[in-house]
Design a protein around this ligand. Structure first.
Ligand SMILES: C[S@@+](CC[C@H](N)C(=O)[O-])C[C@H]1O[C@@H](n2cnc3c(N)ncnc32)[C@H](O)[C@@H]1O
Length: 272
């Protein structure tokens, strides 16, 4: 299995095989909520566009594509510094990243911080701490991961942009995979930061433009509000699957119970 360049919260690594089985083999591929890119990676080398609103993350992806050796060498240098000087080195790199925002520092931080989780505070500063009990992935291991990914993303154009903007280029025959942020918990329909109403409008627009799309929605609900949350994508799509928290299977969304849903997948086309 392909190892990730960076760990990303809400990564689709575990369901990547299932999700990619729905992605048509032809057409330009669009992935506007890229994060750690687990679906892009599982899909393999294919022409397309990938975007995210975090510029430093896209900076990492651009370097994975154009200069993986630079990223690998930079990581090796920082990793050696960390083994030599300990936690002061980590915090030096963190301060430098928060001033200069260079992607290679973000990669190092993500590989040595607590649980590998990239986390920014309200001022946009990276604020996760060093994972004291682990040395961070070995530079040679990361080098081979970066070189492998570099081939996989060689036909992808990356953009640090809002998803609506990236999707303007999509046309008939293309395919879009969308994995927006978590839908919120306790059945709350709207996530404070992410405007799902705007997403529903964009899905409607893609339908009118006859662009194929697949949408992942994550959330957990102990009450019935979640079914309300899913009613808009259900109406806009032609097929849907639910991952039920206990069985880890993806049954088709027909009369399934909605009270234990953690992950769902909507398609505006039918496979069979
Ligand atoms: C659930 S994560 C994607 C995870 C990814 N599928 C993976 O496997 O790693 C959602 C991503 O959407 C990005 N995002 C949130 N709002 C966005 C927006 N308006 N435009 C573009 N990207 C956005 C976040 O920065 C985050 O990386």
């Amino acid at each position: 299995m392909l190892q990730p360049v960076i760990k990303w919260s809400g990564s689709k690594r575990k369901s990547a095989e299932f999700i990619t089985s729905f992605i048509p083999k032809t057409g330009t591929y669009f992935e506007p909520f890229l994060g750690g890119g687990s679906i892009l990676g599982a899909l393999g080398n294919r022409p397309g566009y990938a975007g995210d609103q975090i510029p430093e993350l896209i900076g990492i992806w651009d370097l994975v594509k154009s200069d993986p050796s630079f990223l690998a060498n930079s990581y090796e240098k920082s990793w050696n510094g960390l083994q030599r000087e300990g936690h002061t080195y980590y915090y030096k790199v963190r301060d430098r990243f928060n001033k200069k925002r260079n992607p290679e520092d973000l990669l190092f931080l993500s590989r040595t911080c607590v649980n590998g989780l990239i986390r920014f505070n309200t001022y946009g500063d990276f604020n996760n701490s060093l994972h004291h009990t682990r040395p961070g992935i070995h530079p040679e291991t990361l080098r081979s991961i970066l070189l492998e990914w570099s081939k996989i993303v060689s036909k992808t154009k990356f953009a640090a942009t809002d998803y609506e903007n990236l999707l303007k280029k999509a046309k008939l025959g293309d395919i879009v995979y969308m994995d927006p942020p978590y839908m919120g918990n306790k059945g709350r329909y709207k996530n404070e930061q992410f405007d799902f109403e705007r997403l529903w409008q964009i899905l409607d627009d893609l339908n009118k433009r006859k662009v194929k799309w697949i949408l992942s929605l994550d959330g957990k609900s102990g009450d019935r509000d979640y079914s309300k949350a899913l009613s808009a994508p259900k109406e806009l799509s032609k097929d849907a699957y639910l991952l039920d928290g206990e069985s880890s299977a993806f049954p088709r969304l027909l009369n399934s119970r909605l009270d234990n849903v953690t992950e769902s997948l909507f398609l505006n086309f039918k496979i069979k």
